[in-house]
Design a protein around this ligand. Structure first.
Ligand code: ATP
Ligand code: MG
Length: 223
Protein backbone atom coordinates (compact mmCIF):
# COMPACT_ATOMS: atom_id res chain seq x y z
CA UNK A 1 0.00 0.00 0.00
CA UNK A 2 1.15 3.53 -0.68
CA UNK A 3 0.76 6.10 2.03
CA UNK A 4 0.83 8.77 -0.64
CA UNK A 5 1.53 9.18 -4.32
CA UNK A 6 4.55 10.94 -5.74
CA UNK A 7 8.28 10.41 -5.44
CA UNK A 8 9.06 8.37 -2.37
CA UNK A 9 11.67 9.54 0.10
CA UNK A 10 11.59 5.98 1.37
CA UNK A 11 9.95 2.93 -0.13
CA UNK A 12 9.51 -0.50 1.43
CA UNK A 13 8.64 -3.33 -0.94
CA UNK A 14 7.59 -6.72 0.44
CA UNK A 15 9.70 -5.99 3.50
CA UNK A 16 9.91 -8.56 6.26
CA UNK A 17 11.97 -8.77 9.44
CA UNK A 18 12.66 -12.00 11.29
CA UNK A 19 14.50 -12.31 14.60
CA UNK A 20 15.60 -15.90 15.18
CA UNK A 21 12.74 -18.09 14.07
CA UNK A 22 9.93 -15.57 14.45
CA UNK A 23 8.71 -13.05 11.93
CA UNK A 24 8.01 -9.60 13.30
CA UNK A 25 6.21 -8.71 10.06
CA UNK A 26 6.18 -9.75 6.43
CA UNK A 27 5.06 -8.15 3.19
CA UNK A 28 5.19 -4.53 4.29
CA UNK A 29 4.57 -2.11 1.42
CA UNK A 30 5.05 1.54 2.24
CA UNK A 31 5.82 4.62 0.16
CA UNK A 32 6.49 7.84 2.01
CA UNK A 33 6.41 10.83 -0.34
CA UNK A 34 7.91 14.26 0.32
CA UNK A 35 5.46 16.33 2.33
CA UNK A 36 3.57 13.36 3.75
CA UNK A 37 3.00 12.72 7.44
CA UNK A 38 2.39 9.16 8.46
CA UNK A 39 1.44 7.63 11.80
CA UNK A 40 2.45 4.03 12.49
CA UNK A 41 0.24 2.48 15.13
CA UNK A 42 -0.19 -1.07 16.36
CA UNK A 43 0.05 -2.95 19.60
CA UNK A 44 3.23 -3.10 21.67
CA UNK A 45 5.60 -5.57 20.06
CA UNK A 46 3.96 -5.35 16.62
CA UNK A 47 7.14 -4.02 15.04
CA UNK A 48 6.82 -0.22 14.87
CA UNK A 49 10.33 0.43 16.16
CA UNK A 50 11.71 -2.34 13.95
CA UNK A 51 10.05 -0.83 10.89
CA UNK A 52 11.39 2.67 11.69
CA UNK A 53 14.91 1.23 11.96
CA UNK A 54 14.45 -0.40 8.54
CA UNK A 55 13.15 2.86 7.04
CA UNK A 56 16.20 4.65 8.49
CA UNK A 57 18.55 2.13 6.93
CA UNK A 58 19.83 1.13 10.38
CA UNK A 59 18.45 -2.43 10.16
CA UNK A 60 18.57 -4.51 6.98
CA UNK A 61 15.27 -6.28 6.30
CA UNK A 62 15.36 -10.07 6.25
CA UNK A 63 13.24 -10.16 3.10
CA UNK A 64 12.13 -7.59 0.56
CA UNK A 65 13.73 -4.29 -0.32
CA UNK A 66 13.96 -0.79 1.09
CA UNK A 67 15.06 2.12 -1.09
CA UNK A 68 15.28 5.90 -0.84
CA UNK A 69 14.57 7.19 -4.36
CA UNK A 70 14.15 10.78 -3.17
CA UNK A 71 17.29 10.87 -0.99
CA UNK A 72 21.03 10.88 -1.69
CA UNK A 73 22.36 7.63 -3.20
CA UNK A 74 25.47 7.78 -1.00
CA UNK A 75 24.63 6.09 2.35
CA UNK A 76 26.58 8.61 4.46
CA UNK A 77 24.92 11.59 2.82
CA UNK A 78 21.57 9.86 3.00
CA UNK A 79 22.05 9.17 6.70
CA UNK A 80 22.45 12.91 7.27
CA UNK A 81 19.16 13.55 5.47
CA UNK A 82 17.29 11.32 7.92
CA UNK A 83 16.51 12.53 11.44
CA UNK A 84 15.61 10.07 14.18
CA UNK A 85 13.89 10.48 17.50
CA UNK A 86 14.59 7.20 19.32
CA UNK A 87 12.15 5.55 21.71
CA UNK A 88 14.85 5.10 24.36
CA UNK A 89 16.65 8.14 25.78
CA UNK A 90 19.49 8.91 23.40
CA UNK A 91 21.07 12.16 24.58
CA UNK A 92 24.80 12.23 25.23
CA UNK A 93 25.06 12.40 29.05
CA UNK A 94 28.17 14.57 29.22
CA UNK A 95 26.81 17.26 26.90
CA UNK A 96 24.32 20.01 27.75
CA UNK A 97 20.93 20.08 26.05
CA UNK A 98 22.13 22.80 23.68
CA UNK A 99 25.33 20.90 22.89
CA UNK A 100 23.31 17.73 22.22
CA UNK A 101 21.26 19.57 19.61
CA UNK A 102 24.26 21.43 18.16
CA UNK A 103 26.67 18.49 17.84
CA UNK A 104 25.03 16.68 14.90
CA UNK A 105 24.86 19.96 12.99
CA UNK A 106 28.56 20.63 13.61
CA UNK A 107 29.38 17.05 12.53
CA UNK A 108 27.59 17.78 9.26
CA UNK A 109 29.90 20.74 8.69
CA UNK A 110 27.55 23.55 9.69
CA UNK A 111 29.42 26.52 11.21
CA UNK A 112 29.38 27.08 14.97
CA UNK A 113 27.23 30.22 14.98
CA UNK A 114 24.63 28.86 12.56
CA UNK A 115 24.48 25.50 14.36
CA UNK A 116 23.99 27.23 17.71
CA UNK A 117 21.24 29.46 16.30
CA UNK A 118 19.36 26.52 14.74
CA UNK A 119 19.74 24.49 17.93
CA UNK A 120 18.50 27.35 20.11
CA UNK A 121 15.49 27.92 17.86
CA UNK A 122 14.58 24.22 18.03
CA UNK A 123 14.84 24.26 21.84
CA UNK A 124 12.52 27.29 21.90
CA UNK A 125 10.05 25.55 19.56
CA UNK A 126 10.00 22.57 21.95
CA UNK A 127 9.55 24.77 25.03
CA UNK A 128 12.87 23.74 26.62
CA UNK A 129 14.96 26.86 26.03
CA UNK A 130 15.49 27.22 29.82
CA UNK A 131 17.11 23.79 29.84
CA UNK A 132 19.77 24.70 27.26
CA UNK A 133 22.69 24.56 29.67
CA UNK A 134 21.49 21.60 31.74
CA UNK A 135 22.91 18.10 31.43
CA UNK A 136 20.40 15.37 30.48
CA UNK A 137 20.56 13.89 34.01
CA UNK A 138 19.39 17.24 35.37
CA UNK A 139 16.28 17.16 33.17
CA UNK A 140 12.99 15.31 33.58
CA UNK A 141 12.22 12.44 31.20
CA UNK A 142 9.78 14.64 29.32
CA UNK A 143 12.31 17.47 29.01
CA UNK A 144 14.91 15.01 27.70
CA UNK A 145 12.39 13.77 25.16
CA UNK A 146 11.73 17.32 24.01
CA UNK A 147 15.46 17.97 23.62
CA UNK A 148 15.70 14.80 21.50
CA UNK A 149 12.85 16.08 19.31
CA UNK A 150 14.59 19.46 19.06
CA UNK A 151 17.72 17.66 17.87
CA UNK A 152 15.74 16.00 15.05
CA UNK A 153 14.00 19.27 14.16
CA UNK A 154 17.15 21.38 14.09
CA UNK A 155 18.68 19.21 11.39
CA UNK A 156 16.18 20.22 8.67
CA UNK A 157 16.10 16.61 7.58
CA UNK A 158 14.30 15.44 4.46
CA UNK A 159 12.87 12.49 6.39
CA UNK A 160 12.17 12.48 10.13
CA UNK A 161 11.40 9.17 11.86
CA UNK A 162 10.12 9.58 15.40
CA UNK A 163 9.52 6.65 17.75
CA UNK A 164 6.93 7.42 20.44
CA UNK A 165 8.16 11.02 20.60
CA UNK A 166 5.45 12.08 23.02
CA UNK A 167 5.41 9.00 25.26
CA UNK A 168 6.85 10.80 28.30
CA UNK A 169 4.90 14.04 27.85
CA UNK A 170 1.72 15.35 29.43
CA UNK A 171 -1.15 16.15 27.08
CA UNK A 172 -0.30 19.84 26.59
CA UNK A 173 3.38 19.23 25.92
CA UNK A 174 2.57 16.24 23.72
CA UNK A 175 0.35 18.46 21.62
CA UNK A 176 3.00 21.19 21.39
CA UNK A 177 5.68 18.65 20.46
CA UNK A 178 3.47 17.01 17.84
CA UNK A 179 2.63 20.37 16.26
CA UNK A 180 6.29 21.45 16.23
CA UNK A 181 7.35 18.17 14.62
CA UNK A 182 4.53 18.15 12.09
CA UNK A 183 4.90 21.77 11.06
CA UNK A 184 8.69 21.87 11.37
CA UNK A 185 9.08 18.98 8.97
CA UNK A 186 6.42 20.34 6.62
CA UNK A 187 8.20 23.71 6.49
CA UNK A 188 11.22 22.09 4.86
CA UNK A 189 9.15 19.95 2.46
CA UNK A 190 10.25 16.80 4.22
CA UNK A 191 8.28 13.78 5.35
CA UNK A 192 7.50 12.60 8.86
CA UNK A 193 6.82 9.10 10.12
CA UNK A 194 5.80 8.79 13.76
CA UNK A 195 5.28 5.55 15.67
CA UNK A 196 2.76 6.24 18.39
CA UNK A 197 0.22 4.72 20.74
CA UNK A 198 -1.47 8.10 21.09
CA UNK A 199 -4.63 8.28 18.94
CA UNK A 200 -4.71 12.07 19.26
CA UNK A 201 -1.21 12.36 17.80
CA UNK A 202 -1.99 9.83 15.06
CA UNK A 203 -5.10 11.83 14.11
CA UNK A 204 -2.97 14.97 13.63
CA UNK A 205 -1.12 13.31 10.74
CA UNK A 206 -2.38 12.68 7.21
CA UNK A 207 -2.17 8.89 7.12
CA UNK A 208 -2.51 6.22 9.73
CA UNK A 209 -1.07 2.78 9.15
CA UNK A 210 -1.41 -0.14 11.52
CA UNK A 211 1.48 -2.58 11.94
CA UNK A 212 -0.36 -5.85 12.42
CA UNK A 213 0.86 -9.08 14.04
CA UNK A 214 0.35 -10.80 10.68
CA UNK A 215 2.98 -8.51 9.30
CA UNK A 216 0.90 -6.36 7.01
CA UNK A 217 0.21 -2.70 7.08
CA UNK A 218 -3.35 -1.59 6.65
CA UNK A 219 -4.80 1.85 6.39
CA UNK A 220 -6.61 2.83 9.56
CA UNK A 221 -7.95 6.05 8.13
CA UNK A 222 -6.82 9.19 6.39
CA UNK A 223 -7.62 12.82 6.70
N1 ATP B 1 17.13 -6.99 18.28
C1 ATP B 1 16.11 -7.83 18.48
N2 ATP B 1 16.31 -9.15 18.65
C2 ATP B 1 15.28 -10.01 18.82
N3 ATP B 1 13.99 -9.64 18.84
C3 ATP B 1 13.73 -8.33 18.70
C4 ATP B 1 14.76 -7.36 18.51
N4 ATP B 1 14.19 -6.13 18.38
C5 ATP B 1 12.86 -6.34 18.50
N5 ATP B 1 12.57 -7.66 18.69
C6 ATP B 1 11.24 -8.24 18.78
O1 ATP B 1 10.51 -7.79 17.65
C7 ATP B 1 9.16 -7.50 17.99
C8 ATP B 1 8.84 -6.08 17.59
O2 ATP B 1 9.53 -5.17 18.45
P1 ATP B 1 9.39 -3.60 18.27
O3 ATP B 1 10.27 -2.98 19.26
O4 ATP B 1 9.60 -3.26 16.85
O5 ATP B 1 7.85 -3.38 18.63
P2 ATP B 1 7.04 -2.02 18.83
O6 ATP B 1 5.80 -2.12 17.98
O7 ATP B 1 7.93 -0.87 18.60
O8 ATP B 1 6.63 -2.11 20.36
P3 ATP B 1 6.36 -0.92 21.43
O9 ATP B 1 5.01 -0.35 21.08
O10 ATP B 1 6.34 -1.63 22.73
O11 ATP B 1 7.48 0.06 21.32
C9 ATP B 1 9.03 -7.79 19.48
O12 ATP B 1 8.50 -9.09 19.61
C10 ATP B 1 10.46 -7.75 19.98
O13 ATP B 1 10.62 -8.60 21.08
MG1 MG C 1 8.66 0.60 19.82
Amino acid sequence: MSSTDGDALVRAEAVGVRFGSSDVFRGVELHVAAGSRVALTGRSGSGKTTLLLVLAGLLAPTTGRVSWPGLAPDPRRRRAQIGMVFQAPSLMPELSALENVTLPLRLRGIGAAEARASASAALVAMGVADAADALPAQLSGGQQQRVAIARALAGNHRLVLADEPTGALDRAHAHQAALALRDGVAATGGALVIATHDPELAAMLDHQLVVTPEGHLSRAGTR
